[in-house]
Design a protein around this ligand. Structure first.
Ligand SMILES: NC(=O)c1ccc[n+]([C@@H]2O[C@H](COP(=O)([O-])OP(=O)(O)OC[C@H]3O[C@@H](n4cnc5c(N)ncnc54)[C@H](OP(=O)(O)O)[C@@H]3O)[C@@H](O)[C@H]2O)c1
Length: 345
């Protein structure tokens, strides 16, 4: 038996999650049985979609249950194994995060020997990176030389999307919530124009000034006012990849509608929603070029790291306060190597 601390959902948030919606619980994890192995989690992913699972409603993933551990992406090290394919020291990617130790079975993915730090499998080389890749190149059908607007540009998905668009020879306009993030978007993610949406009271006018000829592709991470501004500035036949709408995840009541949707008709726009899991069978197609661009220095990775399992609720709340630049992570084992450009909290 090993004592393990884990984060439970204590109550369902009303609006932005609060610390008292979560509890830290210590449990005993049994020794692995036949076909099982014990994993010590090292990195935990903190993702906006988890907020959706805190509602008690049907969606593409089932809701979290009260007084049970949250689930989420994690990378850990195999400590003890009774599974022939996993040995102590192997690093695995899996969904049994939000706890210090987990029992694994054959469904966990062994990290390939790529030369990349293990935390990158939760960001650039993991789910957020694949979301940016397939959202831009497949869902939006990005073409060389086009003008792209990416909201949430300084986050995990957005910062990869900006860099991928640059690699594909596009002009990139990105939005984010602070001047510091805007500076980083231009200096590190290659954005041609970075807009701090909090410092403009007319996002449409700011976007129009940034793209006087109009926008070919909008990669939407935010929804709401960002989507309205993008619709106003889209070129005819433009395409919108609806990746996420974080501005609405904590809405209470009916929320606010998009007032200019009629532009979809007059401009003959296409808007397509997607979930990255739809593309998991094509993971290898994205992984090979992404890894090469990473090793060639064309794709860089940023993370914001909270320390210790007890900080995980703060990290989750921090997503909605814009506390992260790049991937939001929790580190459970601080001596482990991490990817470049880490800001510890
Ligand atoms: N479709 C899919 O399969 C898929 C997969 C992964 C993620 N997603 C979606 O992609 C989006 C980005 O996810 P991520 O993991 O990369 O998160 P992230 O962008 O790293 O983190 C969230 C960021 O959103 C911004 N934000 C928070 N509340 C906001 C608001 N009310 N208005 C505007 N911006 C706000 C904050 O940055 P600022 O400082 O810039 O405000 C915050 O740092 C989310 O909508 C997520 O749900 C979709």
């Amino acid at each position: 038996m090993v004592a393990s601390r884990e984060i439970h959902l204590k109550s369902r948030p009303h609006g932005v999650p609060r610390k008292d919606n979560f509890s830290l619980v210590t449990v005993e994890v049994p020794e692995p049985g036949p076909g099982e192995f014990l994993v010590r989690n090292i990195w935990m992913s903190v993702d906006p979609y988890m907020r959706g699972r805190m509602y008690d409603r049907e969606s593409y993933v089932p809701p979290f249950q009260l007084d049970t551990p949250l689930e989420g992406g994690a990378v850990g090290e195999v400590l003890r194994s009774h599974h022939p394919d996993y040995k102590p020291g192997d690093m695995v990617l899996h969904m049994r995060g939000w706890r210090e130790y987990a029992l694994g079975d054959g469904s966990m993915t062994k990290l390939p020997p790529s030369g990349a730090p293990s935390d990158l499998y939760l960001g650039l080389l993991g789910m957020p990176g694949l979301t940016a890749y397939f959202g831009l190149l497949d869902v939006a059908g990005l073409q060389r030389g086009e003008t792209v607007f990416i909201s949430g540009g300084a986050g995990a998905v957005g910062s990869v999307a900006c860099q991928l668009a640059k690699i594909h020879g596009c002009r990139v306009i990105a939005s984010c919530g602070t001047d510091e993030k805007a500076h980083g978007l231009k200096a590190e993610a290659g954005a041609d124009v970075a807009i701090n949406y909090r410092s403009t009271d007319d996002l449409t006018a700011t976007l129009r000034a940034a793209a006087p000829e109009g926008i070919d592709v909008y990669f939407d991470n935010v929804g709401g006012e960002h989507l309205e501004a993008a619709l106003n500035c889209m070129k005819p036949q433009g395409r919108i990849a609806a990746c996420g709408m974080i501005s609405q995840y904590n809405d209470v009541g009916e929320g606010v509608g998009i007032r200019n949707l009629l532009l979809m008709v007059s401009k003959r726009l296409t808007m397509r929603g997607f979930i990255v899991s739809d593309f998991m069978h094509r993971q290898a197609e994205a992984f090979a070029p992404m890894l090469k661009w990473y090793h060639d220095g064309l794709l860089n990775s940023r993370s914001t790291v909270f320390e210790g399992i007890e900080s995980a609720p703060d990290a989750m709340i921090g997503l909605f306060e814009g506390m992260n630049t790049g991937k939001m992570l929790v580190n459970l084992c601080s001596h482990q190597q991490h990817g470049i450009e880490v800001e510890f909290i």
